[in-house]
Design a protein around this ligand. Structure first.
Ligand code: 5GP
Ligand code: MN
Length: 340
């Protein structure tokens, strides 16, 4: 976002507005941290602000300050539609194409005449927003919201509540500050957030140390289902609906499982295939190390996308044919996957 646009946004927000903030469907830590961080910032002024999530998110995010104010479009359509129709400004955070808000919510967003502001770090943004702050080199949308507040000249307004929300998304999207997109600037922003009152160790506990016994058992099953294709430096995991049911799967329980596959020595490409009987699809999460772009892989073969090293997608065939298909595609990438 260039300086002239920032000054336009500053003018836009200088009088009270009806503002709706939207994360992507199946919101993760960065989606909820960034939307709630921005929510608490905008609430300091005389705006009517609301976060509308397309659907529910994992329990480990439900301690976030402001969680109780979040509407879920899926369950509160009438109220959400009215807020979207009456909005002057709509912020879309941590996604860059309306369809990522899910089938239900995409059409009211498209129909809305509100001024759209996109803050996002995924590849290939659509151009629906009047103001687009898109940067694929960023660790997280939360880091960008910090930059956005700073560009508006309000870094000094970041309080413990905002700092806590933004800390969450930077921490979760960087795998606790270890993925390649973690820069010295990321650490500088994190340092500032701690300075402003984010309690780093408490936040870490709230997100990562709330495992249920059944989730750890599910992790055990996932690990025993792990398969390796050493010559293509690839590893993958599958979980069927029956296995999810056996271990009382709750939203968010499989978060991070795919990273264990990627942690195998020598592996640079990892996938997890998770059956969803409700949606009649196999949900796919892809991760890589180095140059191999799972974003492109997912766009080309699994109706998805994301980042170079983390992407998602889906398959509409059953588990066996999805995995057979995956295995049959891999040799096309032999060159990329044999890189050291
Ligand atoms: P995850 O595997 O954790 O669901 O997603 C990894 C990354 O890919 C996230 O940044 C997420 O926003 C993105 N992503 C996940 N699923 C999809 C999808 O179906 N389409 C696109 N474009 N991005 C996705
Ligand atoms: Mn993100």
């Amino acid at each position: 976002m260039i300086k002239a646009q920032i000054s336009e946004v500053k003018t836009l927000l200088s009088t009270p507005k009806n503002i709706v903030i939207v994360p992507h469907k199946n919101p993760d830590g960065d989606a909820m941290g960034s939307t709630l961080g921005l929510y608490h910032y905008l609430k300091m002024f005389d705006h009517n602000v609301v976060v509308i999530a397309p659907n529910d998110y994992p329990d480990f995010l439900k301690w976030l300050p402001g969680n109780d104010t979040v509407l879920k479009f899926e369950n509160q359509q009438e109220e959400s539609n009215a807020l979207i129709t009456n909005a002057d400004v709509i912020f879309t955070l941590d996604f860059n194409a309306f369809h990522r808000a899910g089938e239900l919510m995409a059409s009211p967003l498209e129909a809305s005449t509100a001024i759209k502001i996109m803050i996002d770090h995924h590849q290939q943004p659509d151009d629906y927003a009047k103001y687009t702050y898109s940067d694929v080199t960023m660790s997280s949308t939360c880091e960008m919201v910090y930059n956005f507040i700073e560009m508006l000249g309000d870094a000094d307004k970041v309080n413990p509540t905002i700092a806590t929300c933004l800390y969450v998304g930077i921490m979760t999207d960087t795998g606790s500050f270890r993925f390649a997109a973690t820069t010295s600037r990321t650490h500088f922003v994190i340092g500032n957030l701690i300075e402003k009152g984010a309690n780093n160790s408490e936040i870490h506990n709230n997100i990562f140390d709330t495992n249920s016994y059944s989730r750890l058992q599910l992790l055990g099953r996932a690990m025993s289902n792990l398969k390796v294709i050493p010559e293509l430096r690839t590893a993958y995991i599958n979980l069927s609906q029956a296995e999810l049911d056996e271990f009382k799967f709750k939203k968010g329980d499989t978060e991070g499982f795919v990273n264990y596959a990627l942690s195998l020595k020598g592996i640079i490409f990892a996938a997890i295939f998770i059956e969803s009987a409700k949606d009649n699809i196999i949900k796919i999460s892809l991760r890589s190390k180095g140059e191999f772009s799972v974003n492109e892989f997912s766009r080309a073969h699994f109706h998805g996308g994301g980042h170079t090293n983390a992407a998602g997608g889906r398959s509409e065939t059953n588990m066996k044919s999805t995995i057979d298909n995956f295995i049959s595609i891999l040799p096309k990438y032999k060159k990329e996957l044999s890189q050291t």
